[in-house]
Write a protein of this length. Structure first.
Length: 138
């Protein structure tokens, strides 16, 4: 396996942090809207659960990437080696992917709040979105 230099991890963490912060804000907004929505529908409750998972995962990722940025920025007072950022990398990658999958789930389920046909359409869009994202990041 190729070890990436710490400078590259710093730049990558900056980009992931920006993306994740935006997705986190979106997920938290969905959760907030669903909390005040007066529906007891099972589908709405499931969307709320998935949105909460997405928001939590993205928040975890924000702090993982922040740690990587702190450790890999010039001027950090301690010596840093690749293994020092392993835990933050693993947690960050796992939480990012789980957040992305959760967002695709929100997209997929959202149409079912209106009709079965809309649900089928949004499910197709959600699956295609997830496949497109996974294709782009691999």
């Amino acid at each position: 396996m190729v070890e990436l230099p710490l400078e590259y991890w710093n730049a990558l963490a900056h980009q992931i942090l920006l993306t994740t912060a935006l997705l986190s804000g979106f997920s938290i907004a969905v959760v907030a809207n669903l909390l005040v929505y007066e529906s007891k529908s099972r589908i709405v409750i499931n969307i709320l659960r998935i949105a909460t998972v997405a928001a939590g995962c993205f928040l975890i990722n924000v702090f993982s990437m922040t740690k990587i940025i702190m450790l890999t920025t010039d001027g950090y007072p301690l010596e840093v080696v690749d293994s020092d950022i392993n835990l933050a990398r693993i947690i960050g990658v796992l939480s990012f992917f789980l957040g992305i999958i959760s967002l695709a789930g929100i997209i997929s389920l959202s149409g079912f709040t209106k009709s079965r046909k809309a649900g089928i359409f949004t499910t197709i869009v959600g699956v295609l979105t997830l496949l497109g994202i996974l294709f782009m990041i691999t």
